[in-house]
Design a protein around this ligand. Sequence first.
Ligand code: HEC
Length: 133
Amino acid sequence: MRRFPIILISSMIFVTSQVAVADLANEMLTEFQQQGIQADASAGKRLWGAVFVDKKTAQQRSCTICHGDHPGQRGKHAKTGKLIEPMAPAVNRERLTERKKINKWFKRNCKWTIGRECTAQEKADFLTFLIRY
Ligand code: HEC
């Protein structure tokens, strides 16, 4: 019985740190929701793995060719070969912690991969897929 408070306290710390990890992403999801957007993790997952063909080069492109199939694992940049640390905040606490960084990479990566900027719905789907991973 004396162990109980220790377990309780450590699980409280664990829960608190898990919440803190995805704080910003959750805040962004709330903002999307206020615009009437319901994030869908399975749509995010599908889009993550979807293959698009670049019109100019006929190259096949996907989020996974740089980030890997699973956001919990490391990826490798398709052009430079550089390692990319895992995208899931549950595995990599530095992910999704800076709004500017998230927006910058969404813009660049959506354009490069899909050939256009992502819609708010798609961004919300990606975010919820990544934080639930
Ligand atoms: C050509 C390679 C490449 C492709 C394809 C790519 N990314 Fe990225 N992405 C990167 C790199 C490089 C970074 C920055 C890496 C770092 O911070 O370590 C990044 C960062 C990000 C971030 C910011 C993460 C953070 O730390 O806040 C998000 C979100 C993201 N990518 C989403 C996507 C999505 C969604 C797709 C598919 C539509 C995609 N990426 C496709 C290379 C790519």
